[in-house]
Design a protein around this ligand. Structure first.
Ligand code: SF4
Length: 306
């Protein structure tokens, strides 16, 4: 994301969120803005700028999210956390799961937590998910742990439970295809009553990517449009102009699969772990048929699925 786009996005958010206060009934994870990635510390000057700019605009910052991959040197971690705190950041979110330790040794996560506690204080450090810390520590602290190692230790069934239930995994990306065999799968028809009205229109949770896509909820690869002027975007939003998304809102991915079947889509014989798994399978097919569809964006989401 470049600085110009980030600045304009924050200004636009301010226009839409004039008098924002975090809703009490909402989980703290969904309060205000969070800066995430990818990994936002990969471009620390931009991250620091983002926090400063959001503060100047008096925007409510929920937290900055990190996978701790960069946490190697204690002084460096301290300096970066301290600079963010001084710029007005109150909370930090540190990811911890078998999917993170697949690439990131636990010792980096532990260093991030230790320094974060010092700088931000206990109540302002979110470790997501903390219950994985002892499980991972028992396997290996120094090195990354391939997912196969979990399967070797726990067996397929228990490892599947750890991955899917333990991390509350949403199969809205590659997970359904790569890890679906470790969890119960169902025919597409099982999801026929599940539409996506809440996720797309009502969740009040969205992501903005570096290309300007407005991604609802956790629906990677679904774009409600490009954001240049957020106020205008809300004013002019018209579901009728988004044929695939309209089907998802009204009939869910099962409805979309019925539409895609007329074009040649074939449901997986192995079934699906959840409605989002079915959705991604159908959208991958539709993206091949309609490679220029603006609703199916960013394009790399589909390019790197398998
Ligand atoms: S099924 Fe598709 S549109 Fe619905 S919540 Fe999952 S990813 Fe989003």
């Amino acid at each position: 994301m470049n600085q110009e786009y980030l600045d304009s996005l924050l200004k636009e958010i301010k226009k839409v969120w004039k008098n924002y206060h975090p809703p009490r009934n909402k989980n703290i994870l969904f309060h205000g803005i969070h800066f995430a990635g990818g990994e936002p510390f990969l471009n620390f000057p931009l991250l620091l700028h983002a926090v400063k700019r959001a503060k100047e605009l008096d925007l409510y910052i929920g937290y900055v999210e990190t996978n701790a991959s960069w946490c190697i040197n204690r002084e460096d971690v301290h300096e970066k956390f301290y600079l963010l705190k001084s710029a007005g950041l109150s909370k930090i979110f540190i990811s911890c799961s078998p999917f993170h330790t697949e690439r990131i040794p636990l010792k980096r996560t532990l260093l991030a937590i230790e320094v974060a506690l010092e700088v931000f204080g206990k109540e302002n450090v979110i470790v997501y998910m903390e219950h994985f810390l002892p499980k991972i520590a028992k396997i290996d602290i120094e090195n990354p742990i391939p997912l196969e190692k979990w399967i070797e230790i726990y067996g397929e069934k228990a490892a599947g439970y750890i991955f899917w239930e333990g991390y509350a995994l949403i199969p809205g990306g590659r997970s359904g295809f790569h890890l679906g065999h470790l969890f119960p799968r169902y025919p597409a028809e099982v999801f026929r009553e599940e539409n996506c009205k809440f996720e797309i229109l009502e969740s009040q949770h969205a992501h903005f990517d570096l290309y300007g896509n407005y991604i609802p909820y956790f629906c990677g690869g679904v774009s409600l449009g490009k954001i240049e002027d957020l106020e205008e975007f809300y004013k002019n939003f018209d579901l009728e102009k988004l044929p695939f998304i309209k089907i998802l809102v009204e009939e869910g991915p099962y409805g979309l699969s019925k539409y895609a079947q007329k074009l040649g889509f074939k449901e997986s014989k192995d079934g699906y772990v959840g409605k989002c798994h079915l959705c991604v399978d159908v959208r991958k097919f539709l993206n091949d048929v309609f490679p220029y569809s603006q609703e199916l964006n960013p394009k790399d989401f589909y390019r790197f699925l398998f």
